[in-house]
Write a protein that binds this ligand. Sequence first.
Ligand code: A3P
Length: 273
Amino acid sequence: ISPKYKFFREQGLRPERQLPSALIIGVKKGGTRALLEFIRIHPDVRAAGSEVHFFDKNYMKGFQWYRSHMPATLEGQLTIEKTPSYFITREAPRRVQLMNPSTKLLVVVRDPVTRAVSDYAQAVSKKPEMRRFEQLVFVNGSVGSIIDTSWGPVKLGIYSRYLARWLKFFPLSQLLFISGERLVLDPAIELKRVQDFLGLKRVVTEKHFYFNSTKGFPCLFKSEGHSAPHCLGKTKGRSHPYINPVVLQRLRDFFRPFNNHFYQMTGINFGWA
Ligand code: A3P
C-alpha cells in the first residue's frame, strides 16, 4: 500500500472507481499487454488488470457493472482498460461514444503479416492438432488459390475496415496509433507519445526499461506490484512457427493495398513491407 493510500485511509477517505477515460482497443497480438503494463507504471494511471470485455461481451450488464470492475482511483488519476477485441466489434464505437464521447482511444498496430502468424501461433498453442498456417490461409488450402479473408488471422489485419467504423463516431484526433514494432525496438519513444496524448507528465522513460537478451524483448526494472525486474509472461513473445516464404510474400502482396489505405487514413506510414 502506497503512503498516499495510507493517508487517504487514515483520513477515512475512500478512493473511488471511475469508468475509464482511455481504452486500449486493439489490435489483438499487436502488443496491447506490453502497452498496458508500461503505461500503468505511471503513478497517475490505474488500470484494470484483466480484459473486461465490456463493450463486446458484457455490455448488457450495464455501466455500473463495468465501473465495479475498475480499480479505485484517487483524484487526478486516470483509469484505463484494454480489451483488444473492441477494435473489431461492430457495436463498440457507438457504445464507447455513449459512455463518454471524449474517451481517448489507443490502438497498437503491427505488420498484419506477422500479426497473423502471431495470432496463429497463439491458436496452435491452445489447439496443437490445428492445420498448418499455409493451408488455412488459402481458400482451398494451396498456394495457387486465393487468400481466405474470412479466416480470423487474415481478416483482423485489414485495419482500415475497422478503423472506418470508429471514425464514424470519433475524430481521428481522439485516436492514438502506436507502432507495435517500435514498442519492441524503443518502448520509451512510444510511451512518450502515449503520455503526451493522455495529458500525463512524462514519467515513464527509458530508465524503466532494459533489454533482456534471453527473452529478446524489453522488460521492466520495476512496476506496480513488482519490486524486482521482470518481463511479460511466457505467452508474450512466443516463437513463431516456420512459414513458407512464398506464402508470406503472397500475404504481403494481399495486405499492401489495405495497408496503404490505412496509412492514408491515419496519416502515418508504418513502413510494413
Ligand atoms: P508474439 O508473442 O507473437 O511475439 P498482445 O499483448 O496484444 O497479445 O500482443 C502480443 C505481442 O506483444 C507479442 O507477440 C510480442 O511481439 C509483443 N510485445 C511487444 N512488446 C513486448 C514485450 N516487451 N515483451 C513481450 N512481448 C512484447
